[in-house]
Design a protein around this ligand. Structure first.
Ligand code: DI6
Ligand code: FE
Length: 404
């Protein structure tokens, strides 16, 4: 079925539209009119506008429809994997021993530098396909395993190519300030000036950058180092976001909020003043339970405080070969609920409406007239089931740009 215009009849919709009262913005016995890749109309069948009445109809038999899912934080393009390290850790090896054996983030940098664009694309696609199979329609993809100009550009080109070979929309984020590469060991500032900022300018000139990110952490970059990269982003007209307060509290989220950041991500160690800063700046808190789980962290993000202050929360995979080798948004939603106490409704808002906000997208994330017709059709009775089940994919079909 690929008509450019049709009606989906007898649907149950978790619209995730806050203008529709009740949990999930749930609508029952509803018609969705899809035309030209967009949502033309949503409402009760007796209100269907005259001009839509003659369109082909597809009876959905009450099936649940949600916005297609959005993974707003991934490092899905990366060379190789770190299963060896995983094995070593479980055999008792320490972080230092693993690093000395060539492990850690730098091992991914080495593999990413050595890989061709075609290799990186081929390695990323199975993970992308896993996300698509769960109803994902948009992914964000970060650079940050190149840490030299050429490889940062290569990663972003691969990110862009994903959207050409798969029915998925890709937003690419420049993450040159992810780690200090070995050739700049102990010289983070020189790396920022000589590589990171020139790489950002080059990537932007090639049209490869939708947003700029950084890793603000003791083992990576300080707030003031990242602020220098953000100053360039602002000058180029690019939005910013930040890996902040993952392993310690350096005040990164507050700094990012001062730049009007789209999102602050991880934020396990976010303090009350950081929560207030995110609320004031309307910065989205991106919750990444896959990394928390993998690293067996103890410190949980301050979900109650975020909720109390009305900070929008997104949930993402953080799919990366080191701290979060997970390519399931549904499992991430389950973890956000079970590990952090988010509600299933918050988890679904976190992979739809709020994930769109974290990417600065205004045309996605809800089922609403005027937005893109990127939808997921589920074989479940209630939207809470999406977060409730573990290791079970209830997706029946996905609609991407109106194509069923
Ligand atoms: N936060 C993380 O947990 C990872 N990057 C980041 O910014 C670690 C990435 C890796 O280990 O490869
Ligand atoms: Fe990350």
């Amino acid at each position: 079925m690929t008509h450019s215009a049709y009606n989906l009849t007898n649907t149950t919709i978790a619209t995730m539209d806050p203008d529709i009262s009740g949990p999930y913005g749930l609508l029952q016995h509803t018609v969705i009119t899809v035309e030209n890749g967009g949502i033309g109309w949503v409402g009760a069948p007796d209100g269907l506008p005259e001009r839509y009445k003659t369109l082909p109809r597809h009876d959905m038999n009450g099936r649940l429809i949600t916005p297609s899912l959005i993974d707003c934080h991934t490092h899905i393009v990366a060379g190789g994997n770190r299963s060896k390290e995983f094995e070593m850790r479980l055999q008792g090896a320490s972080y230092e021993e693993i690093a000395r054996a060539g492990g850690g983030i730098i091992s991914t940098v080495k593999a990413t530098r050595a890989a061709s664009e075609a290799d990186l694309l081929a390695e990323a696609l199975p993970r992308v396909d896993a996300l698509i199979a769960e109803g994902t329609g948009i992914i964000e993809v970060k650079s940050g395993y190149g840490l030299d100009i050429e490889t940062e550009l290569k990663m972003l080109r691969v990110a862009r190519r994903i959207g050409g070979v798969r029915p998925i929309r890709v937003r690419s984020t420049f993450l040159g300030a992810h780690a200090v590469p070995p050739e700049f060991s102990g010289e983070a500032d020189a790396y920022i000036d000589q590589v990171c900022i020139p790489a950002l300018r080059a990537a932007h000139a090639e049209g490869l950058v939708d947003a700029v990110d950084g890793f603000c952490e003791g083992i990576a970059f300080s707030p003031s180092q990242i602020a220098r990269v953000f100053d360039v982003a602002v000058a180029l007209g690019l939005p910013v976001k930040l890996h902040a307060e993952q392993l310690s509290n350096l005040g990164g989220a507050k700094m990012a909020a001062a730049y009007g950041a789209l999102s602050a991500d991880h934020i396990e160690y976010l303090d009350p003043s950081g929560v207030r800063a995110l609320a004031a700046a309307k910065t989205v808190a991106v919750i990444l339970p896959g990394a928390f789980y993998t690293l067996r962290e103890r410190q949980k993000p301050p979900i109650d405080a975020l909720r109390e202050h009305g900070v929008a929360m997104a949930v993402a995979t953080d799919c990366n070969p080191g701290s979060s080798p997970i390519s399931s948004l549904l499992l991430s939603m389950n973890m956000a609920c079970t590990l952090f106490g988010m509600t299933p409704e918050e988890a679904l808002a976190g992979t739809t409406r709020n994930a769109a906000r974290a990417l600065g997208l205004h045309d996605s994330g809800m089922v609403k007239a005027g937005l893109r017709a990127d939808l997921a059709v589920w074989n479940v009775k209630h939207p809470a089931e999406l977060s409730y089940r573990i290791g079970f994919n209830a997706l029946e079909t996905r609609i991407f740009r109106g194509k069923l």
